[in-house]
Structures are given as C-alpha cells and as structure tokens.
Design a protein around this ligand. Structure first.
Ligand SMILES: C[S@@+](CC[C@H](N)C(=O)[O-])C[C@H]1O[C@@H](n2cnc3c(N)ncnc32)[C@H](O)[C@@H]1O
Length: 398
C-alpha cells in the first residue's frame, strides 16, 4: 500500500521486512502488486505488476504516452494531491535537510491550469520520428501529443510529427509574443553558429518575447526561459515584492532578465550576473530596449562575482540558480557580502535547504517561503524563499 509520494515522484511503501520500497507511477493509497527491479540493502525499487485497488487520489492521465515518456511523473495523481505533496516536500526539505525554522505554513501558488501551461519545450527528432525521451532512457518516446504544452505548442508538435525534418537533432518550441508557436532547430551546427562571436544569428532564430506585466523579455532559442507561461507574472511579482526597493540590488543567475527589468525599476542600481554568453547578450539587449541604464551586467560565474565583490554591500541579493543551487562555497561568500535580505528562487528543495543551512548558521532567518507550481504533472517544485540577516540564529533548530 502506497503511503505517500516522495521527492523525485515515486510512491513510498514498506516491504514485509521493513525496507522502504519506491514505486514509480503509483499514487497514495494504491493497493498494488509490485516486482522489485533492483536488490537493495536499505531500500528497494519496484515496478507495478497489478493495480489491485486505486487510492483516492488516483486519476486518469491525459497523455497517451504517460508512463513511458520521461517528461511527466504524476498525471495519474489528482491535481489537489500533487499540490499538497509539493508543499510537504518543500517544507520537509527545509526542516530536515536545512534544519531551519519556518515562519509559518508553506503556501503553494497553483498553476491556473494543470495542463496546457508550458510556453517552451525541447523536442527531439530522430530518423523521421519526433518526441521526447523515454523514462529512464536516452531512447526516443515518439509522440505527436503533449497535453502539458500550451495549445499552440501542442499543435506545433503535431505539425512537426506529421512532417518530420530530415536532420536529426533538437528543436525548441516556444510561444512568441503574439501567442503563435515558433519551432527552431537547436542542432550542433546552429549552436556553433550562434556561439561564434559576431556571427549572423538569423539561422539560430530571432529572439522570442516573453511579456511579463509591463516588461518585454526577448530570449534567443537555447537560452533559459521560465517554462510555465501561466505563472510568469505571479512569479516575477512575488520576487519583486520580496526584493522591495532601495539603492543597490545584486542579482545572480540573471538569465535574459526575467527578474532584472522589474528590479531595475525598484532599485537605483542593479548589478546582474550571468555566465552564459547568449543569455548575457539577450539581457543587455532587453535592458537597452527597456531604457534601463542603471543595470550593470557582469558576465562571470556567480560564485566569482561574490568572491570579488568589493565596496558597499547590496541591500538585497536575488538569486535563481540552476538545480545544483548556490553551493556551500558560494553560500559562504554570500554570507560575507552581508546583504540585509536574500531572495532565493529555487527549483530544487534539497539544494535550497543546503544553501539555507549555511545562511542560517551565519545568522539569517527565513521570513517567508512560498512554492509555485511551475511544473504540474511532474514532481518538480519551484520555491521563493526570503531570508533576512540579523535573525541571530533564531532560524536554526536546536
Ligand atoms: C534557473 S536559470 C534562471 C534565469 C533567470 N533568472 C530567469 O528567470 O529566466 C539559471 C541561470 O543561471 C545561469 N548560470 C548557470 N550557472 C551559472 C553560474 N555559475 N554563474 C552565473 N550564472 C550561471 C544559466 O545560464 C541560467 O541563465
């Protein structure tokens, strides 16, 4: 009997001998017959052989390749149960791994729609077949449907599958500013052409435009973009409000400027750090187009920017790192900076918790923690955590 869903998406049960059993594609309360797929001393992995009785949260997946495709974990779990589980995963990571004190309950902002939300996706083309990767494999899961895509993108996927390109490679499907879908090849040749300094970039596709409130953010294919088009505004708004305003903000992992343009309105000066050359070009162009000369763009690793920081500490540091988080050395350098407030945007509760542990040890306290469901039907959860300096260690559990 599945007791709960774990971070990563698998259901958790206990074997007769007490070992924990992880079961992909199971739901809380399911009674299942399972077969172990790998021996383990401390825990087992198992796959479902028969569903004996469904749990109360089990529901019908919308996608014909759900369970085979590696994209989604939870289409068989009702949306309300997905949200509750993500809240718990985030809370648990902060309490157990970060050992921090939370200021109250963790809230979660749902996706306005649990399907049809993705404004951007990468699709593979292999020998005339189109699709995503199979779960747990690098092989192709061919499909012409993907119901988590925005409807225009799902139509573009169906088009691509009906008339597959001759060359193998990756394609990016993205919503343009007018709501139409754009399909752009991201093949090795395209990537090489784009990365050559001064090379014409038309072949790589013109930048797409994200409209986030009053901001226009052009993003070249291949550069990171927030994927849930339905939550762009609430996410940006939450980060901007948490950052507040003042003399100087430092933004790490700035990308093409999803948060930067709003920060530039609120702070007299912003230093924005990003390591990817194409993202930095987008960021500089977006700032120029928006008439924001008060942002200094630095192309370097965030960790180095923190180490090399001299002068007045910023009043706020906003950071939005990839899955690995800031890391212990980066977090210690962040502490040395001495900013009054840190707004940490994270797509991985475990690495967020590790970063938070370093900051709490140094006297920061968590003053707010909210989850955003940017990826319904998957086990991924996004978090916006605010930490304030001067908590005097109150953020740490004894
Ligand atoms: C999760 S994305 C966030 C981007 C942006 N904040 C947004 O919302 O679109 C992380 C960004 O960090 C950049 N990045 C990855 N490692 C980095 C590093 N060590 N230093 C600086 N930037 C890095 C990536 O290129 C990417 O643009």
């Amino acid at each position: 009997v599945i007791e709960r869903l774990a971070a990563g998406g698998d259901g958790v049960a206990h074997a007769a001998d007490g070992r924990v059993v992880f079961v992909p594609f199971s739901a809380p309360g399911d009674r299942l017959r399972v077969r172990a797929v790998g021996p383990g001393a401390r825990f087992l992995r198992a796959r479902i052989v028969a569903l004996l009785a469904p749990g109360p949260a089990r529901t019908e997946p919308a996608c014909p390749v759900f369970g085979r495709c590696g994209g989604c974990d939870w289409q068989h779990v009702a949306y309300a149960a997905q949200l509750e589980t993500k809240r718990e995963i985030l809370r648990d990571a902060l309490l157990r791994l970060g050992r921090v004190t939370l200021p109250g309950d963790v809230s979660i902002v749902p996706s306005p729609s649990p399907y049809g939300y993705r404004g951007r996706a990468r699709v593979r083309v292999e020998r005339g077949r189109v699709g995503f990767r199979l779960a747990g494999s690098r092989a192709l899961c061919a499909t012409s449907r993907c119901p988590v895509l925005a409807p225009a993108l799902e139509a573009a996927l169906a088009d691509l599958a009906a008339r597959p390109p001759g060359d193998d490679g990756e394609w990016e499907l993205a919503l343009a500013a007018d709501g139409a879908a754009r399909a752009t090849p991201l093949g090795a040749r395209e990537r090489a052409r784009r990365s050559r300094p001064g090379a014409p970039r038309a072949g790589a596709g013109a930048p797409l435009e994200q409209r986030v409130g009053e901001d226009r953010i052009g993003i070249t294919p291949g550069v990171f973009a927030q994927a849930n088009a339905l939550l762009w505004e609430p996410l940006a708004e939450a980060v901007h409000t948490a950052a507040g305003g003042g003399a100087l903000a430092l933004e790490l992992f700035a990308g093409a400027g999803f948060f930067t343009l709003g920060l530039a309105r609120r702070f007299a000066r912003v230093v924005a750090v990003e390591s990817d050359a194409a993202a930095v070009r987008d960021l500089a162009r977006n700032l120029r187009d928006a008439g924001r000369p008060n942002v200094e763009v630095r192309r370097e690793p965030a960790e180095r920017a923190l180490e090399r920081w001299r002068g007045t500490p910023p009043s706020v540091v906003v950071l939005d790192p990839p899955r690995g988080g800031l890391g212990a050395a980066g977090a210690r350098a962040l502490v040395r900076l001495g900013a009054g407030r840190v707004v940490h945007v994270s797509c991985d509760p475990a690495t967020l918790a590790r970063d938070a542990a370093v900051l709490t040890e140094a006297g920061y306290a968590v003053t707010s923690l909210r989850a955003f469901d940017l990826f319904p039907q998957t086990a991924h959860v996004e978090a916006v955590m605010v930490m304030e300096r001067g908590g005097g260690g109150v953020g740490r559990v004894a």
